[in-house]
Design a protein. Sequence first.
Length: 292
Amino acid sequence: MNGAAMMKMTLSMAIFGSIGFFTGKTGIPATELVFVRCICATLFLSLCWFISGQYKVEAWQKKEVLQTMLCGVFLVLNWVFLFKAFEEMSITVAITIYNLAPIFVLILGSLFLKERMTLTSLLAIIICFLGSIFIIGIQNFTSVTDFIGSGFIWALLSAVCYAMTVLLGKGINGLSAYAMTFIQTTIGILILFPFMNFSVFHSLNEANWLYILGTGLIHTGFVYYLFFDSLRKLSTVIISVLVFVDPVVAILLDTILLDFRPSILQTIGILFIFGGIIYTLIKPNTKSVVEV
């Protein structure tokens, strides 16, 4: 395993775990927030790209550029759907459903990338999945209609788009993380511009703008640089486990800052997730995992 890549992926997921808290403080709808995030991230990454000098040695290939653009479409849809889920349901529930994405990653990765899962890895993913189910708190919904209407569809769509982002991103090896994320956030600006309602920005205060800029510069520019820089150096199985750092951080912030109190089942879910992550990192069977 690549230790530096694992650290970057873990850090990116930990930071992203606070996105729900920031989103609730911005005071603007999902689509407009994603649009601002894309602008901030594009400016931030352009500066980093220029300072690093990486733009001078980029290996531009038409196939990879097109793949990066398609990856950008799924990335932007992922953000929009997730923020819409935040508008309809609690941060903890939304972020947990969103983190069912690794299940889609593993299924699609085994089908299209021919990555094999060891028994150890499969067991860890099952443990993490069960932990997520406990955290969702299905017992709080009185009917299927109530469950679906609670924002579940938005969160699920976000998970699917996230899985597609991971799989498409893993196939891009020539472009730097700067170039990849720059292209993707630029695509986001172009896609979302026709749908903008700029009047929502008129009544914002200084605190709102600080949280908006935080989601743009930190949760988008910095996080996705770390994410895509580490993505190509890790197997799908390891990625699928590390992303569970995200809901754990989200729940901790809910507990500490927003007075969220987990139930017994949710507490068990948190322990399951930590257990699955630790189990996978301590006992990987690299002979049965195909690195791409």
